[in-house]
Design a protein around this ligand. Structure first.
Ligand code: TXA
Ligand code: MG
Length: 346
């Protein structure tokens, strides 16, 4: 298949993307978090193609993207007052709500669940494509299953060129990690995935929010996370990753002591010059969590490029506050929770 490349600002992009979606095709769409691999979320056959193109397990449901909060009750029932309050405050934006779904949402989209994950992305072109198509777009992150999520159109080309009808190029994603997923069907509401919307402002509005166990530790045999996707090894480059938590001077010293020459290193930019015998990727200053979020997937992905061959990767990890919770989660998942925790004054 010849994949069309559609620059976001080119004339006709919105109409072309909407037409392909309505004809049952797949279109990669830019969002503020990561690129999505979109299909008409109400067309089960089209949605099935997403699973095929990504190699995604069938039991992993998709997020439905809408262009306006007014569309919530078209696909969800009931819509609790809290959902409207959250939408009012944080949409369009990197927050996905899990609600009971209506009959018109295909089982293919929800992987047979009676709930649906739904969000309104903060990307104008993508919202215009949704409006022009007149249907919600079902879209997982656009990566091949298991790989780090795509944050540029180039990443989409790497994973999906020749497999999908079109890629809409909207530049680099402003946030760089996926949306925060909040389940509103349970009491108290439960965080299923930390993401682009930090937990602190959500707790200010919602009050108590439970945190799913799957976010904190690797799951045991037979345990099931509430977001089905959280059980898979994820975001992982081919080489094994070790994540270092603790004060950044100490994590840098640990890497200097333990990384064999030629290892991959993901570090804060202050430490760039500390690992002369390693292949180094910086993700931003230790204090700049947004930069770290923007660059973490690109850094992980870069070690899979054919010209670099590393056997092992070591990564400095930010503290789990604000966006740091999501950055740390993606690094730890990429490492299969292989974490070395260094203490303050040890
Ligand atoms: O930022 C994002 O959320 C991106 C962009 C494209 O919007 N999308 C994304 O989708 O990250 P995906 O499919 O890679 O991750 C969605 C996660 C999966 O872990 C899935 O299991 C979970 O959401 N999920 C989807 N529907 C669910 C539901 N009804 N209940 C619980 N978890 C659900
Ligand atoms: Mg994903």
């Amino acid at each position: 298949m010849n994949t069309l490349f559609l620059p976001a600002s080119a004339p006709g992009t919105i109409e072309t993307a909407a037409r392909i979606l309505l004809e049952g095709g797949l279109v990669a769409i830019p969002t503020e978090t990561v690129y999505g691999l979109g299909a008409n979320g109400l067309n089960a056959e089209a949605v099935a193609k997403i699973f095929e193109a990504k190699g995604r397990p069938q039991d992993n449901p998709l997020i439905l993207h809408i262009s306006d909060v007014s569309q919530l009750p078209l696909f969800c029932d009931p819509v609790p007052a809290l959902a409207y309050e959250l939408a009012e405050r944080f949409w369009p934006g990197p927050l996905t709500l899990v609600l009971k779904c209506r009959e018109n949402v295909p089982k293919r989209t929800t992987a047979g669940l009676d709930t649906v994950a739904i969000r309104c992305p903060d990307n104008e072109i993508t919202r215009k494509i949704i409006s022009a198509a007149g249907v919600p777009i079902a879209a997982p992150s656009g990566n091949t299953s298991g790989r780090p999520s795509p944050t540029t159109a180039q990443h989409m080309v790497e994973d999906m060129n020749g497999k999908i009808e079109a890629i809409v190029d909207g530049g680099s994603c402003g946030i760089g990690v996926e949306s925060t997923i909040l389940d509103l069907t349970v009491q108290p509401p439960r965080l299923l995935r930390p993401g682009g919307m930090p937990l602190e402002p959500l707790r200010e509005l919602v009050g108590e929010i439970a945190v799913d166990e799957a976010l904190i530790r690797p799951l045991g045999e037979g345990e099931r996370p509430r977001a089905p996707g959280m059980k898979y090894r994820h975001y992982a480059p081919k080489a094994p990753v070790t994540v270092l938590t603790g004060p950044s001077d100490r994590t840098a010293a640990y890497i200097q002591d333990h990384a064999p020459s030629g290892s991959g290193v993901i570090c804060f930019s202050e430490y760039e010059a500390c690992f002369p015998n390693c292949i180094v990727r910086t993700i931003g200053k230790s204090t700049d969590l947004l930069q770290q979020a923007q660059h973490v997937f690109d850094a992980l992905r870069s070690f899979d490029a054919t010209e670099v061959e590393v056997n092992e990767i070591f990564a400095q990890c930010p503290p789990e506050q604000g966006l740091g919770l999501a950055v740390a989660n993606r690094l730890k998942k990429a490492a299969g929770f292989h974490v070395v925790a260094l203490e303050e004054n040890a």
